[in-house]
Design a protein around this ligand. Structure first.
Ligand code: FES
Length: 136
């Protein structure tokens, strides 16, 4: 069943908002003019993702060298800071694995290192005229 959840003009590019459809809450994100919707419940402990903030990805080629990329493509949970990729729902952080321990060191691609174990649930979104529609 399709639900009109917002007017396009009310969610400008680079912003997100909480919307409701069929008694459920969703985190609606306008990523560069393309809309995405995540169930508004963090898979870690249930925080509303729409109360978090949009962020990017820090990339580095070595110590002391870093840059912020893909700005707005990640949503950061307001409770514990886990980050989820807006387009896929994939988590890119698992704080339970971030305790300091002695480990053997090896060189791996950054994405292998930070991919988290959780995926935020996504729902299909479309734009019809001036309205954003979620299909449940
Ligand atoms: S509830 Fe979202 S990171 Fe903990």
């Amino acid at each position: 069943m399709r639900h009109v959840v917002a007017r396009v003009e009310d969610v400008p590019p680079g912003t997100m908002t909480r919307v409701e459809a069929a008694g459920r809450a969703f985190c609606l994100v306008n990523l560069g003019g393309r809309f995405h919707a995540l169930v508004d419940r963090c898979p870690h402990a249930g925080a509303p993702l729409s109360a978090g903030r949009l962020s990017g990805v820090v990339e580095s080629d070595g110590p002391g060298d870093y840059r912020l990329c893909r700005q707005g493509e990640m949503v950061k949970c307001p409770w514990h800071g886990w980050e989820f990729e807006v387009a896929t729902g994939q988590s890119w952080c698992d704080p339970r694995r971030m305790r300091a321990r002695h480990r053997p060191a090896e060189r791996v691609a950054g994405r292998e290192l930070v991919r988290g174990p959780h995926v935020a649930e996504r729902v299909p979104v479309s734009v019809e005229g001036d309205y954003v529609v979620i299909d449940l």
